[in-house]
Design a protein around this ligand. Structure first.
Ligand code: XMP
Length: 517
């Protein structure tokens, strides 16, 4: 199961902290491969993972809560270094013979910590007034045997503790968050000085090993891939093509709800440039027909999703000897579904071709299952994908259909597509493209009065949406310069027939959303 290129692995046991993914990201940024598993991971699996080090994450519980998650005591006799973070540190104390108590007051937010004992963990870290991020209610009352205090804060006499002999360490603060500026150095001290890992996890090593394992798994069979032109499916397609060449069959469905020029770009890049077997299906008419008279966004989504599967299946059946379906599942989707908090419903339903693998008796191939989004971009670069695709903004599966309020019609799509293209062009030209998460046009179902030349007009309104975000969970409207806004507005009103007004959406998420639907 574990490829030799991943030889040096760190195991992160998840006790439910909102920061667990960040720990993994920091470790990987330091070029050490790691995986997050639920804290209930069976001991056999822990052993076969052969971690060079184990990190116990934070978590929302108190060790005194009934049913609070604990670590399997056997991990303490594996001879593997352990770093407990926040709740993870309290577990070390609680389970190894120390004591944890409720602190007088919760310590939440920035704090100053003084180092009492540098050792390997705080090697070359400043010793006084270290700025760290705290988020805990309990604190260590008594250290477990063989541990020594390594740092303290006003509120935590033991802000860090360690047992050099067994290489067990605990920090009360969160080294994985940006608010702990030296956190990366502390984590690297754990990885390199304590666990003795080598920084061998690189995108090149990932890509090489992913190509090899796809080759081994697929053998002489064929693979189908649903290409959307987005970052994830593009990287999957190129990676698979490198692995199995013409035995990869990509299917790209034009649902008529794409941005201007998108269908042409995908064909040019993947068929002409990468020479990938690409089946292009123009199903626009079918989609438009099914969407006729439908204004409700959830119904639009359902219709589009179902028809996509229908069209895809119809085409895929013509590909002989196909045994696998490739999909761009990413690591956050995987973690979501294995978190110890229980399976979550937020698996990428809008991207996966729901139910299709079972219906067509296809096995899934998910070569990006181990990667975070930024790592996927690096992999794409490693594979030679054009920068435009790598840095592409997310685009919703239901496309322009959820960017026009009300019925989806061919003329409305035309207006929206033209306005949207101008926005994209101007955002790119202004240098803002890489600063915003998404920028696009929304066509509103109202008309307003305008004047053009001597004539009174009564035409449609375009709303411009441009937001900054890191994960789409929250977002704020981008403070685009007035000149950029002015250029976009002028161009849309002058160049797009049927539009006489442009407004800028200045709502944040929450309480608004990014899409208007
Ligand atoms: P909202 O509008 O909920 O969007 O703030 C958050 C992010 O999700 C994208 N989005 C979708 N993507 N199918 C998709 O594939 C959908 O139905 C869908 N709805 C929203 C949206 O573009 C934004 O990035």
């Amino acid at each position: 199961m574990y490829d030799d290129l991943h030889q040096e692995r760190v195991l992160i046991l998840d006790f439910g902290s909102q920061y667990t993914q960040l720990i993994a990201r920091r470790v990987r940024e330091s070029h050490v491969y790691c995986e997050i598993h639920p804290c209930t991971m069976p001991m056999e699996a822990v052993k076969s993972f052969q971690p060079k080090g184990i990190i116990l994450s934070g978590g929302p519980s108190s060790v005194h809560d009934e049913g609070a998650p604990v670590a399997d005591l056997e991990i303490f006799s594996l001879g593997v270094p352990i770093l407990g973070i926040c709740y993870g540190m309290q577990l070390l104390a609680h389970q190894l013979g120390g004591a944890v108590e409720k602190a007088d007051r919760r310590e939440y937010g920035p704090a100053g910590v003084d180092i009492d004992l540098a050792g390997d963990l705080f090697y070359e870290i400043e010793t006084e007034g270290l700025r760290v991020w705290m988020s805990h209610g309990d604190r260590i009352l008594r250290l477990p045997p063989h541990f020594r205090i390594m740092a303290h804060s006003d509120n935590s006499p033991a802000a860090a503790m360690g047992d050099d002999e067994r290489k067990f360490y605990g920090v009360q603060f969160h080294p994985e968050v940006a608010h702990t500026p030296c956190g990366k150095d502390i984590l690297e001290n754990f990885l390199f000085r304590i666990c003795r890992c080598r920084p061998s996890w690189t995108m090149k090593s990932f890509v090489d090993s992913a190509i090899r394992s796809v080759r081994e798994k697929v053998g002489d069979d064929r693979v189908i891939c649903a290409l959307s032109g987005g970052v994830d499916s593009s990287v999957v397609a190129v990676l698979l093509h490198k692995a199995i060449g013409e035995r990869l069959h990509c299917i790209f469905v034009n649902n008529g709800l794409l941005r201007k020029g998108e269908a042409e770009t995908v064909q040019r890049v993947f068929r002409d440039h990468f020479e990938i077997n690409l089946i292009y299906i123009d199903a626009s008419a079918e989609f438009l027909e099914r969407l006729r008279g439908v204004a409700d966004p959830e119904r639009k989504r359902k219709i589009i999703g179902n028809l996509f599967i229908e069209v895809f299946e119809r085409e895929a059946r013509h590909i002989p000897h196909a045994r696998y379906l490739a999909q761009g599942t990413l690591y956050p989707d995987v973690i979501e579904s294995v978190s110890f908090k229980g399976p979550s419903a937020t698996i990428k339903t809008h991207h996966n071709v729901g139910g299709l693998p079972e219906r067509m008796d296809l096995e899934l191939i998910e070569p990006l299952r181990e990667l975070f989004k930024d790592e996927v971009r690096l992999a794409g670069r490693e594979l030679g994908l054009p920068e435009r695709i790598i840095m592409r903004h997310p685009f919703p599966g239901p496309g322009l259909a959820i960017r026009m309020i009300g019925d989806v019609t061919a003329p409305a799509l035309e207006v929206l597509r033209e306005a949207d293209a101008i926005i994209l062009e101007e955002i790119e030209a202004s240098g803002w493209y890489d600063h915003v998460w998404q920028s696009f046009a929304v066509l509103l179902p109202v008309r307003s009065v305008g004047v053009m030349g001597d004539e009174r007009t009564y035409e449609q309104v375009i709303a411009l949406r441009a937001v900054e975000s890191v994960d789409a969970m929250t977002a704020d409207w981008a403070r685009l310069p007035y000149e950029v806004l002015a250029r976009i507005s002028n161009r849309i009103i002058n160049e797009v027939q049927g539009v006489n007004r442009v407004v800028y959406d200045i709502s944040s998420k929450p309480p608004s959303t990014i899409e208007w639907e």
